[in-house]
Write a protein that binds this ligand. Structure first.
Ligand code: HSE
Length: 290
């Protein structure tokens, strides 16, 4: 039996569209066990108990690459990452399945090789890299995938506002322009570079200035009900930076105020959608196999 624990992630982080990602201390754990026959799921709703299940699909793809067979498989899920909210739930499923297969079937693939398989399944590396390596990552896709880690100050605390509704990454990508202006490109390139240093130093003033974006959020916010209202409440309560987590709809803040959630409670309750507020911090470990 093997147990794989995978962190949630927040991708893009403002200007670092399709590049930056950060692992968060919110986890899904998948337990894989060989059984005599069949495919059994525990801990998920009935609609996910079939061969379309992303954890199973990722397990099966990796098993095939390893050229290993199994009599039957039981997957038990203990999940805390909200689904389709821009917090890397799909990446967690994929990383869980890929690393689970390699561990259960005693494959000899390295972490880097497993990372590449997971990226191939997911399509974008910016959620997969932090889920695998932990911490703050930057990735490039060019004839393969490259990932590097940056350090992030322990002073930085995130506050996620997670709505009751879902959005689709497909729709959030379709709404983006195919051409951007030189000015907007420079806006993001300069801020991405400065943001990495600001996050390393825990420099909130520099984070406020550099965690801005002209490439995706102005288009995507139209898909997120009450984006402007939530942003207003967060900024009034001293958020250092406000951004869409991944392709949304979760809205993320950087704060150093332990009372941030308490201070916002009344205003957030008055909005028409239900917004769950959650303090999160960086996970530095990435995927863990036991
Ligand atoms: N960078 C991706 C996006 C993350 O924002 O569309 C979701 O896979």
């Amino acid at each position: 039996m093997v147990k794989v624990t995978v962190p949630a992630t927040t991708a893009n982080i403002g200007p670092g569209f399709d590049t930056l990602g950060l692992a968060l201390n919110l986890y899904n754990t998948y337990t894989f066990e060989e059984i005599n026959e069949g495919l059994v799921f525990e801990g998920c709703s009935d609609k996910y108990k079939n061969t379309e299940n992303l954890v199973y699909q990722s397990f099966a793809k990796t098993a095939k690459l390893l050229e290993k067979n199994i009599n039957g498989l039981k997957i038990t899920m203990d999940t805390h990452i909200p689904v389709s909210r821009g917090l890397g739930s799909s990446s967690a499923c994929i990383v869980g399945g890929v690393f689970g297969a390699n561990a259960l079937l005693q494959g000899n693939l390295s972490k880097d090789e497993l990372f590449k398989i997971a990226v191939e399944i997911e399509g974008h590396p910016d959620n997969v890299a932090p889920a695998v390596y932990g911490g703050l990552t930057a990735t490039i896709v060019e004839n393969g995938v490259y990932s590097v880690n940056y350090s992030i100050s322990d002073k930085i605390r995130f506050c996620a506002l997670i709505p009751g509704f879902e959005t689709s990454t497909h729709d959030a990508r379709k709404i983006l322009p195919s051409i951007v202006s030189f000015k907007d490109a420079i806006f993001n390139v300069s801020r991405t570079a400065v943001l990495l240093k600001a996050l390393e130093e825990g420099n909130f003033e520099l984070i406020s200035i550099s965690l801005k974006d002209m490439l995706h959020q102005q288009y995507r916010k139209t898909l997120i009900s009450e984006y402007d209202e939530v942003k207003k409440v967060c900024m009034e309560n001293g958020s250092h930076a406000f951004f869409i987590s991944g392709s949304g709809p979760t809205l993320m803040n950087i704060t150093d105020d332990p009372d941030f959630i308490k201070n916002m409670e009344n205003s957030i309750k008055c909005l028409k959608n239900k917004w769950d507020m959650k303090f999160l911090s960086a996970d530095k470990s990435g995927v863990i196999i036991k």
